[in-house]
Design a protein around this ligand. Structure first.
Ligand SMILES: [Zn+2]
Length: 135
C-alpha cells in the first residue's frame, strides 16, 4: 500500500484502543468497512470536492501494556492530487482526536460529579451529564 502512514503508541488494552478508534472514526466522518482481527478499514464518502479517503488502522500489542496503532490513509482515487492533501488532514485529525480521548481516559482518575456521580474531567467546570457546577 502506498499511502500516508503514521503510528502511535498507547498505554491501553487493544479493546480500549479499538473502542476509542471507532468513536474517533465516526466523529471524523469515516465509515467502518471492516473490522477483522486487529485491522480496521474505514473510508469517507464522496463529496463535491473529493472522492474520499480510505484508511487502514492496524493494532499491534508491542508489550503487555502498550498498543501500537499503525495508520495508512490514501485517497480512493489516487490520481486526484487535491485528495492527497485532504487525506493528510484527515489523518492528522484522527491522530489528534484519538490522542485526546486516550489522554482524558488516563487522567480521568476517580473524580465524579457530587450530584449525579457521572465521571468528570479535571478541566470540566460543569458536569456534562447534569450541569451541576463542579468547582
Ligand atoms: Zn452531574
Amino acid at each position: 500500500m502506498t499511502g500516508l502512514s503514521a503510528n502511535m503508541d498507547f498505554v491501553a488494552t487493544a479493546e480500549e484502543v479499538t473502542q476509542h478508534l471507532l468513536a474517533v472514526l465516526e466523529a471524523a466522518k469515516f465509515k467502518v468497512k471492516s473490522l477483522e482481527g486487529n485491522t480496521i478499514t474505514a473510508q469517507t464518502g464522496f463529496s463535491l470536492t473529493s472522492l474520499g479517503s480510505q484508511l487502514t488502522a492496524t493494532l499491534e500489542q508491542t508489550d503487555p501494556s502498550t498498543v501500537r496503532v499503525t495508520f495508512d490513509i490514501k485517497p480512493r482515487q489516487k490520481t486526484v492530487m487535491t485528495d492527497w492533501g485532504r487525506s493528510k488532514r484527515e489523518l492528522k485529525r484522527i491522530l489528534r482526536l484519538l490522542e485526546a480521548r486516550l489522554a482524558s481516559q488516563s487522567s480521568e482518575s476517580d473524580k465524579q460529579c457530587a450530584q449525579c456521580s457521572a465521571p468528570v474531567q479535571d478541566a470540566d467546570i460543569f458536569c456534562t451529564n447534569c450541569g451541576t457546577k463542579i468547582r
